[in-house]
Write a protein that binds this ligand. Structure first.
Ligand code: G4P
Length: 528
């Protein structure tokens, strides 16, 4: 039997992230195909929420259901256990993605070679930078007439604010795309349009002056020679430690749809990607090799069948060994619980597990005890850090339409916000509830679920706030003054922290000038 140390060393826990449509779902599927987790392309519909008809709630629910099954995809590749955490493709669910990023050790960022770095790519990268998460970039859709390789590298570096370094290099693009030259092992992977198979045609070329290159790449052979020379002058040998520290992002080129460049991405990934890393709690750092179990909940998913109110809480194991039926301390509630049916996920199937190691994600059936961010331990009182709330983009006041159902409405909105569907802020007097989300779709989901699962009726009244800003200061008197004067725009978050709902960027800038003693933050993780 493998030791705990060996189990940890075999694990690679990561997420694929991208702006919608860059190819995340396609790449996920191709990786599963390589890992043998699925046999045919198209077998897995990833966690992709596509908005069909404007108010097709059942469709949203159905898709949410699918996303439970694909929340974590576990497969083996060359003796390594790959835990691929899925993230929703729909931008309205970006907050879910941000939270999932707290549970991974690295990410693969997919960029569309035609569109380059898009808004969501930049946001996601900001979240990665907050924690120095190692990033590998996969430039996808090289079979299309996209941008030039150097242009893409420039754009990645400036827009993502990270140093990048190509590990493979495209030979032409679009119609005349010939393949990629693997800079790290001096071989050419020749492009062939191939949507279902996983073979690749690799030719080793020790010396780029070898005439065989002219045969393979035709008129593009010289261009490749020049590009490679330029690259070798500009870049030092690849520094894997800089990558692991989140300071340098290696870049690969390929075409997920054509299964091209995916194997080399996966192989390099398992070679360089970090094994489960240590994690900060509010009191100390926890190393994965510690003997005692600890873990935290980063996502909660409601059962899609409204007759069953139970939920699945997704727990990332951070240290020790998680065991079925063993009592663990729920630190926030200061209570011991055991879990008779913890589940793991294999492509589409869920199965019960007996044990799990650092890097693994276990699904725990929950009847309402968990909130996002909760920690389980073998007794120690510590809470893992790093599950911040980000400022919502859209704010609406929740107005109760059925006074007989006030309790149900309160319970419903509390549980939905615990699941992370939205954030709720409370405003005195009258405990008004302002709901904040990153997309319109969530309001539809909330309204639908409040009605169907809790029997409560509500409407949403739009509020034109710009951002929610968490406030900190070293000058309590100034803070008290600000809270008093700005009363109309001051709310409390669920942890009872003061939040200023800034009406506009302009007004926020004014307040910053008027109150230099105060700091305004767009995330609740205030030291970030
Ligand atoms: P996402 O999860 O990031 O949102 O993207 P997804 O994989 O769904 O890909 C978005 C679209 O881009 C899909 O086309 C997909 O087939 C296409 N695509 C992915 N990889 C490549 C590639 O390497 N080359 C080219 N040319 N296209 C690629 P679609 O028309 O929206 O959907 P579908 O009908 O093809 O599934």
């Amino acid at each position: 039997m493998a030791s705990a140390q060996e189990e940890i060393g075999r694990r690679r826990t990561f997420a694929i992230i991208s702006h919608p449509d860059a190819g995340k779902t396609t790449l996920t599927e191709k990786l599963l195909l390589f890992g043998g987790a699925i046999q045919t392309a198209g077998a897995v519909k990833s966690n992709k929420i596509t908005k069909t008809a404007a108010s097709d709630f059942m469709e949203i629910e159905r898709q949410r259901g699918i996303s439970v099954a694909t929340s974590v995809m576990v497969f083996e590749y060359q003796g390594k256990q790959i835990n691929l955490l899925d993230t929703p493709g729909h931008k309205d669910f970006a907050e879910d993605t941000y939270r999932t990023l707290t549970a991974v050790d690295s990410v693969i960022l997919v960029v569309d070679s035609v569109k380059g770095v898009e808004t969501q790519t930049e946001r996601l990268m900001e979240v990665c930078r907050m924690r120095d998460t190692p990033v590998i970039v996969f430039v996808n859709k090289m079979d299309l007439e996209g941008r030039d390789g150097f242009d893409i590298l420039d754009e990645l570096e400036t827009k993502l604010s990270i140093k990048v370094q190509p590990l493979s290099w495209p030979i032409s693009k679009g119609f005349s795309f010939k393949g990629v030259y693997k800079l790290y092992d001096k071989s050419i992977n020749l492009f062939a349009s191939n949507k279902t198979k996983v073979e690749e045609n690799i030719v080793h070329i020790e010396d780029l002056n070898d005439p065989i290159l002219d045969e393979l790449a035709g008129q593009y052979a010289n261009e490749l020679r020049q590009d490679v020379e330029l690259i070798s002058n500009v870049y030092d040998p690849f520094d894997v430690e800089a990558y692991k520290a989140g300071k340098l992002a290696p870049v690969f080129f390929g075409s997920a749809m054509n299964n091209f460049g995916v194997r080399e991405l996966l192989e390099k990934f398992i070679e360089i990607a970090p094994t489960p890393r240590s994690r900060e709690t509010e009191t100390r750092e926890v190393d994965p090799t510690e003997a005692k179990f600890s873990g935290f909940v980063f996502k909660i998913h409601a059962n899609i069948d409204p007759r069953h109110r139970d939920r699945i809480a997704f727990l990332r194991v951070c240290s020790g060994k998680f065991e079925r039926n063993k009592f663990y301390k729920h630190v926030r509630l200061a209570k011991e619980f055991k879990y008779p049916n913890p589940v793991t996920f294999m492509a589409q199937a869920k199965s019960t597990i007996d044990e799990a190691y650092p890097g693994d994600v276990v699904g725990l059936y929950d009847t309402g005890n968990f909130k996002i961010g909760d920690t389980l331990t073998e007794g120690e009182n510590m809470m893992f850090k790093g599950i911040p709330s980000f400022s919502p983009e859209i704010f609406k006041e929740l107005v109760n339409r059925d006074p007989m159902k006030t309790k149900q409405l309160d319970k419903g909105i509390r549980q939905l916000t615990e699941e992370g569907v939205a954030q709720v802020f409370f405003q005195e007097p009258g405990s008004r509830k302002i709901v904040g989300t990153v997309g319109e779709l969530q309001f539809e989901v909330i309204k639908y679920r409040l009605e169907n699962e809790y029997g409560a009726k509500c409407i949403f009244e739009p509020k034109s706030y710009y951002k929610a800003c968490w406030i900190t200061t070293t000058d309590p008197a100034k803070l008290a003054e600000f809270l008093r004067i700005k009363g109309n725009n001051i709310v409390k978050d669920k942890e009872d922290r003061d939040v200023f709902l800034a009406p506009s960027q302009f007004m926020l800038d004014m307040e910053k000038q008027n109150y230099p003693e105060l700091s305004f933050h767009f995330t609740s993780e205030l030291d970030a």
